[in-house]
Design a binder for this molecule. Structure first.
Ligand code: ZN
Length: 210
């Protein structure tokens, strides 16, 4: 299987309107993204932390979770963040037919549109799975895939202190799209430590454009 690094190099050859992997380097903006929520155990504390630092971000929601916790989705939107499509049930996309993948995406389109009225949100496949068939199918329908350029590794269940140290050694740079997850408190601990540093060093934060 192709490494993610090689894949992203290939993906960067495609226009941003089809596959987004990073934002322009101009300015000094970082783009935080959170997958796998909303989660009533962790998303509220994460939203509190983002609000404290006046940081806007993008939440790639699992459709089934959004249906279960509508008040959290409403809060995400009310606080100025953007939402994206992370499938309905977070299956392993690599083993699914194109039809099955699209059914997962379209069911979540309907759930998310019920919250903000937007018919089509950007799509981040579960685990960042990639296939040319899905990419071309989505491109033909003017749908956008959104990957990332900086992996926080917060899903590896390492101690948060270790991640903070790793991210301080190899910090993100302007235009990076950061991959994080709000289905554990790891991202909260990491960001509580790093957001003040990043802001002091001049970074600002924004949600991904629709
Ligand atoms: Zn995920």
């Amino acid at each position: 299987m192709m490494s993610w690094l090689k894949k992203t190099r290939l993906l960067r050859l495609l226009p941003d309107s089809v596959v987004l992997t990073r934002m322009p380097r101009r300015g000094n903006t970082l783009y935080l993204t959170f997958d796998d929520g909303p989660d009533p155990r962790y998303t509220p504390a994460l939203l509190d932390l983002l609000d404290l630092h006046r940081v806007q971000a993008t939440f790639f929601l699992i459709g089934r979770q959004a249906e279960l916790h509508p008040q959290l989705v409403e809060r995400i939107i009310a606080e100025g963040h953007r939402i994206g499509n992370h499938s309905y049930s977070h299956p392993r996309f690599n083993g699914l037919s194109l039809d099955h993948k699209m059914a997962e995406i379209e069911r979540t389109d309907q759930v998310l549109a019920g919250f903000d009225g937007i018919r089509h949100h950007a799509i981040r496949p579960p685990s960042g799975a990639f296939s040319w068939a899905l990419t071309f199918h989505l491109a033909r329908h003017r749908r956008k895939l959104a990957y990332w350029s900086y992996d926080s590794l917060d899903y590896q269940r390492l101690p948060a202190d270790d991640l903070v140290e790793m991210m301080r050694k190899k910090p993100p740079s302007a235009g990076d799209i950061l991959l994080m997850h709000d289905d554990s408190d790891c991202c909260i601990q990491v960001l509580a430590a790093l957001l003040p540093d990043w802001q002091a060093s001049g970074f600002s934060f924004a949600a991904l454009p629709d």
